[in-house]
Design a protein around this ligand. Structure first.
Ligand code: NAG
Ligand code: NAG
Length: 189
């Protein structure tokens, strides 16, 4: 009995700080990409390094055709004092999970543009004010999962009670929201 209890406790504590497996991603059967396009400001994020010197980050999505969306990510680079822009496209690989997108971005690396494909799961959105985007992939070369989280808003601020509800959703999925950082939005665009 004691052994079983110990085993259960061990499994629970392993699940809590799971560095290997991604949480299940909610499915929004009614997700409508054509309502989702437009401008989104980044309010808080956890991202894998590539926007370290950026503030005033916003994304501009626009329809290309029935399956693809044009993606333009912008941010003011505080080191070069220039607006950095990365272009790409997004699409829904499986119509049964229409809120689970893939984003292909042309990322500049040492003067070359390398196409990187990443997940973009919309966990919650009302299309007109907020969006919670989660992305998680297991990376064999470093033997752990890599997560990205973006809390987005149609305006430069987000209602605090909405923000707390989105964070509560992340917490329920086992994500430590203290890892999020706030994006400064003090530019004229
Ligand atoms: C939609 O646009 C994408 C990207 O330009 C292209 O790869 C794809 O074939 C297009 N699909 C249709 C149905 O036209
Ligand atoms: C924030 O949103 C909540 C409900 O989601 C609403 O009751 C409240 O009035 C909003 N606050 C502001 C300042 O807009």
């Amino acid at each position: 009995m004691k052994f079983i209890l110990l085993l259960v406790l061990t499994i629970v504590s392993l699940a809590k700080c799971d560095i290997f497996s991604c949480p299940s991603s909610p499915v929004m059967q009614s997700f409508d990409a054509s309502s989702y396009v437009g401008k989104w400001y980044e309010i808080e994020k956890l991202s894998a390094g590539f926007e370290d010197n950026l503030k005033c980050v916003f994304a501009q999505y626009s329809p290309i055709n029935g399956t693809h969306i044009k993606v333009q990510n912008n941010g003011f680079n505080t080191v070069t004092n220039e607006l950095d822009t990365i272009n790409g496209y997004a699409f829904v690989p499986n119509l049964n999970t229409p809120n689970h997108l893939l984003v292909a971005l042309k990322v500049p690396i040492n003067g070359f543009f390398i196409e990187r494909i990443g997940k973009y799961d919309v966990w919650a959105t009302d299309y007109v004010s907020y969006s919670l985007v989660y992305s998680c992939q297991f990376v064999p070369s470093i033997n752990r999962k890599v997560e990205n989280v973006f809390i987005l808003s149609r305006t430069k601020t987000l209602n605090n009670s909405v923000l707390e509800q989105l964070k509560a959703m992340l917490s329920l999925k086992g994500f430590d929201t203290s890892r999020l950082s706030v994006t400064t939005q003090d530019c004229d665009y």
